[in-house]
Design a protein. Sequence first.
Length: 278
Amino acid sequence: MLPPLGALTCLSRSELDLREPDRIRRALAEARPDVVVNAAAYTAVDRAEQEPELARQVNALGPAVLAEAARDCEAAFIHYSTDYVFDGAQSRPYREEDAPNPLSVYGRSKLEGEQRIDRVGGAYLILRTSWVFSLRRPCFVTQVLHWAHTQDRLRIAQDQVGSPTWARLLAEATGMLLVRLGPNPAQALTGLSGIYHLAASDSASRLEWARQILRLDPNPDQQRVPAEAIEPASSRDFPTPATRPAFSALDSSRFTSAFGLRLPSWEAGLRLAMSPGP
Ligand SMILES: NC(=O)c1ccc[n+]([C@@H]2O[C@H](COP(=O)([O-])OP(=O)(O)OC[C@H]3O[C@@H](n4cnc5c(N)ncnc54)[C@H](OP(=O)(O)O)[C@@H]3O)[C@@H](O)[C@H]2O)c1
């Protein structure tokens, strides 16, 4: 979504590894960007339980160096974080002022990243999002379609609630945000730096999400399990190494008030994501 905004330098992991502070500093000193957008992270939530130090390097220490390097070249820094900084004990959507209490190594590493970026200061936005999906790669949506097409029974947890967010809408909101900030994004962020929630505007359980995925399935004739035949289950039936919050819907109204932008409902996002292309 960013190319129309100006010259764009996209660095892959081999060109800019977040574990290498010197390369981060060099890359930014060379590019002299107006904006740095960091969508890279260690995101293997379960594996992180075995690799806490690696998760911390990529999610906490690296982003702090990026934030520092961005501040030093007077660039705005945009960084993504996660609903997994919360423990899920709440029953209304989480707001930015709600106290984080991560349940997993991944959540702790992302929270430490937020705190370090905040300490660096400068012009920065931390955009916490939730349950991101994209049909371009394996994700919950593609997995549910696969299960429904290949299995005779499908059981999905109904006790995990979040805000399923289409990656493309997140990218569009980021691009539009930058347009709103104008030619000097760092200056435009004066007084606005901080944490913002940015996710679909409402929430669903995994079960509701899975049912809607099957209702929108472009190949319903391949379904061995139709939407209404998915059986409700408990997340306790599917133990994982990392504990996930039971409830992690995000309230994004602070972002809307600050920047005049919002993401649509999770259902609208899912419908857009699953509608056949031209
Ligand atoms: N997915 C979700 O449900 C979700 C929910 C809430 C928040 N988020 C946040 O959203 C952001 C994007 O997540 P995502 O789901 O798009 O993640 P992803 O698909 O796993 O992508 C992460 C990217 O980071 C790169 N990366 C990993 N280690 C790196 C390193 N040491 N140096 C440089 N790059 C490295 C990966 O490179 P390779 O391709 O080489 O592995 C990959 O391109 C993250 O901040 C994540 O915490 C995601």
